[in-house]
Design a protein around this ligand. Structure first.
Ligand SMILES: [Zn+2]
Length: 466
């Protein structure tokens, strides 16, 4: 399979995943994962594992799923899936890096295309449907049969499993990629331990990762043998306060039921909390503040936030996470002014910008929000979440045309061309029916005409692929 055919197949699959209700673009989690992912990509490039042609052709994009299951997987075309359940169980960023480096290596070593080539009798369309079916099956074993005709899901899962040789190669290449990127080598082994332990503790099918990447004694021994002499098995230096807080966020967001939120929120009440290590305290407090915020129990959340602020004061990265959480709490509680005052208007991070913009829109500063978001999308044109927020900012300003166009751009990025075309048509309709002297934004109107033509071309291309 050529790399461009594989990319088209991957596009087909993720087009559906973007519309999955479990797809989540949480600015804090996305930023944390990107801070691990980008160094891994750079390392793979520097080592020559990631060839320039593939680098350019493929997406190299991670989509996160709200699922509680412990899973990460590579898809055709350089797309990757990462479930919040996995972020929730790793104890350091290095452990997360070990899993991502392994998946990355399946793609750079062209394992996916080799698997698909074996299926050459099937059309790419059918392979795409099979992969989507297998993904649904890994989430919910009961629903799987309803999702896919003829019980193909199980067959697909078996046929698309990597061979032992591929697993070994992904381990070895991934190990090189992650250590060269500066992550701790022993995380590869502690991650294996963790997966084994968790699997022993609950064998309820929530470990699709192990089903698709069986942990053999050979794999474990291989990675242990690669550890430099004298490395102590003690707690990883990546087990930071910040990591513990982000993992707690993943756990809360993956389990948004009221009972679970109540349990999180009560977690920090435990009198024993003072005796445990700081990262565990930070995790319990962060999870409790977030859960209480979601339950709209703002008094409880404020009280716990005070303790978290105290605990994280001396650690700049952890203190920033506390500040973001405090702003999220203020915003949810309806105090937009206080939320925006907590976030430096000059902060360059995506979570800071997103929270600040939402706060600004709700406190009569939609113009400022639109300006900052406009600057952001100029340098991050593929950020669908930012376009979506920009659309809301324009709508709040009363700039209907710009709002519709920004919304259409978000749809284009997620490859929902039909929805984008519909939005742009509605915008053109508005321009046409505007009364003389209504002050139509002619520059915006001409951008919309151009984009409408381009999106129509993308739609035609998409129709031909069927
Ligand atoms: Zn694997």
């Amino acid at each position: 399979m050529t790399s461009s055919a594989e990319r088209r197949l991957g596009d087909k699959i993720v087009r559906e995943l973007y519309r999955d209700p479990d797809y989540i673009d949480d600015a804090v989690l996305v930023e944390y994962v990107q801070d691990i992912w980008q160094p891994l990509l750079a390392s793979a490039r520097a080592r020559g594992d990631l060839q320039p042609e593939l680098d350019q052709r493929f997406a190299w994009e991670i989509l996160m799923g709200r699922d509680r299951t412990i899973n990460a997987f590579a898809l055709p075309g350089g797309y990757f899936g990462l479930h919040l359940g996995l972020i929730g169980v790793v104890t350091s960023r290095d452990e997360l890096a070990s899993v991502l480096a392994h998946e990355l290596s399946h793609v750079t070593q062209r394992h996916i295309s080799r698997l698909i080539s074996k299926q050459s009798a099937q059309t790419p369309w059918l392979i795409g449907a099979m992969i989507l079916g297998a993904l649904a099956a890994s989430k919910n074993p009961e629903a799987a049969n309803a999702m896919i005709v003829g019980g193909q899901a199980v067959a697909a899962q078996n046929q698309l499993n990597f061979s032992r040789d591929m697993e070994r190669e992904a381990d070895r290449t991934g190990f090189g990629v992650m250590t060269q990127a500066g992550f701790e080598s022993r995380a590869f082994v502690t991650m294996f331990d963790k997966l084994q332990q968790s699997a022993r503790l609950n064998d309820n099918g929530s470990f699709p990762y192990l089903r698709s990447h069986p942990l053999t004694t050979e794999r474990i021994a291989d990675m242990q043998a690669r550890q430099p002499a004298g490395v102590s098995p003690s707690l990883s230096s990546g087990a930071t306060l910040e990591h513990a807080m982000v993992a707690a966020r993943a756990r809360v967001l993956s389990n948004p039921g009221v009972d679970a939120l109540r349990a999180w929120s009560a977690d920090a009440d435990s009198k024993n909390l003072a005796g445990v290590a700081a990262p565990r305290q930070a995790a319990a407090l962060y999870g409790a503040v977030l859960a209480a915020t979601r339950l709209r129990d703002f008094i409880q959340a404020e009280g716990l936030l005070g303790r978290l602020t105290e605990l994280t004061r001396a650690d700049a990265r952890a203190a920033r996470q506390t500040r973001l959480l405090a702003a999220e709490l203020a915003l949810t509680a309806g105090d937009a002014r206080r939320a925006s005052s907590m976030l430096a208007a000059t902060a360059t991070g995506r979570p800071d910008l997103f929270l600040w913009s939402q706060a600004a829109m709700r406190s009569g500063q939609a113009n400022a929000a639109a300006q900052r978001l406009q600057t952001w999308v100029a340098t991050h044109p593929r950020d669908a979440g930012a376009w979506q927020l920009l659309s809301v900012a324009h709508a709040t300003q009363g700039q209907a045309l710009r709002a519709i166009r920004a919304d259409a751009e978000a749809k284009v990025i997620q490859m929902d061309y039909a929805a984008a075309a519909e939005r742009l048509k509605a915008a053109q309709e508005q321009v046409r029916s505007a009364k003389p002297g209504a002050g139509v934004d002619h520059i915006e109107a001409s951008i919309i005409d151009t984009r409408a033509r381009e999106v129509q071309a993308l739609l035609r291309e998409q129709a031909l692929e069927r």
